[in-house]
Design a protein around this ligand. Structure first.
Ligand code: BDR
Ligand code: CA
Length: 316
């Protein structure tokens, strides 16, 4: 089994990423580090605890990471996030608070210790700003050589951003952290808007979970319907909501779901395009690319896997 740690700003698609990981029998899903973004770090941690418990996995460690951007000039929580994910991050659906608390200590040290413990078996999946991973690389640069892989949700190479024309939300919330990660030499796969906006969910899908008539099924359906409604307002042309974060988890477990381009990637940290993810055109085909950037996805196979796994979790 591959050991999996997710790094979440637990909003709606992050919660679906949790459900996907729980529904993946081949994953040894051990922990969630908490970041900020869709909600602040405390709310994100609360959501991760509550969602894992509701889905029957209160053995998964949850630990808070860095609560704000490295340079602190970023936006900790975007105003639009409250519209897309609800004020509580999970579509304003009420579920019981977890009966347990978060682990003591901080997510940065937790991650460093996990790399030491699990080594190349560990895949880390950040689906929010990259601050906690960047801070871990600052504290212990050697982890870049001893972790299995980082599969991150963020950025956009061949399509526009979703915060503005050139910036995707997770990267835009801490461009400095993202740039440090891209340049660190850590084995990296980027699951950006290029592929995540091809994998869309509709009310027809969520109805399957609601019809199971379980607490987990109702929660997953109601929460995701909130997200679909938000997408109807912000991106009506898509015809569904983007499965950003669960796609990153799926690729972490099965890289063959996407086709990738090996590129020397970085993030613009100065100038008007701050937050843009960009490949170095002079280094195309050069050795030691910094990142495998997903540019194609097997939509049908992923959606099948997604529905099978989430439905199994929803059934309880
Ligand atoms: C990303 O931003 C967040 O709103 C989502 O959870 C996802 O990780 C998409 O740009
Ligand atoms: Ca996210």
């Amino acid at each position: 089994a591959r050991t999996l740690i997710l790094d979440l700003d637990t909003g709606i698609d992050d919660s679906l990423a949790i459900a996907y990981a729980i529904g993946s029998p081949e994953a040894n899903f051990v922990a969630i580090t908490g970041t900020y973004g869709n909600v602040d770090v405390d709310q994100g941690v609360r959501n991760s605890l509550a969602v894992t418990e509701l889905l029957g996995r209160d053995d998964i460690d949850v630990v808070a990471g860095v609560p704000h951007a490295l340079e602190r000039d970023g936006f900790d929580v975007l105003e639009i996030s409250q519209f897309i994910h609800g004020r509580n991050g999970i579509g304003d659906v009420e579920i019981p608070d977890a009966t347990r608390g978060a682990c003591a200590g901080d997510g940065v040290d937790y991650l460093i210790a996990a790399v030491e413990r699990f080594g190349h078996d560990l895949v880390y999946v950040p689906t929010g700003p990259l601050t906690t991973l960047a801070e871990a690389l600052r504290r212990k640069p050697e982890i870049a050589g001893s972790i299995g892989r980082v599969v991150l949700m963020g950025g956009a190479l061949t399509v526009p951003g979703n915060v503005n024309a050139w910036t995707e939300a997770n990267i835009g919330q801490d461009p400095d952290a993202a740039n440090e990660v891209f340049r660190s030499g850590i084995p990296l796969t980027m699951i950006g808007l290029d592929v995540t906006l091809q994998t869309l969910l509709t009310y027809e899908h969520t109805r399957v979970w609601r019809d199971l008539d379980t607490a987990a099924g109702r929660f997953l359906a109601d929460m995701t319907d909130y997200y679909i409604r938000a997408y109807e307002t912000t991106s009506p042309h898509l015809g569904g909501c983007g499965l950003h974060d669960p796609l990153a988890v799926a690729v972490a477990l099965d890289p063959s779901l996407v086709t990738t381009l090996p590129l020397h990637m970085s993030v613009d940290v100065t100038g008007p395009t701050r937050g843009r993810t960009i490949g170095n055109p002079e280094k195309i085909g050069a050795p030691h690319p910094t990142c495998e950037v997903a540019v194609g996805v097997d939509v049908e196979r992923f959606l099948d896997m997604f529905m099978t796994r989430i439905s199994a979790v929803a059934a309880g």
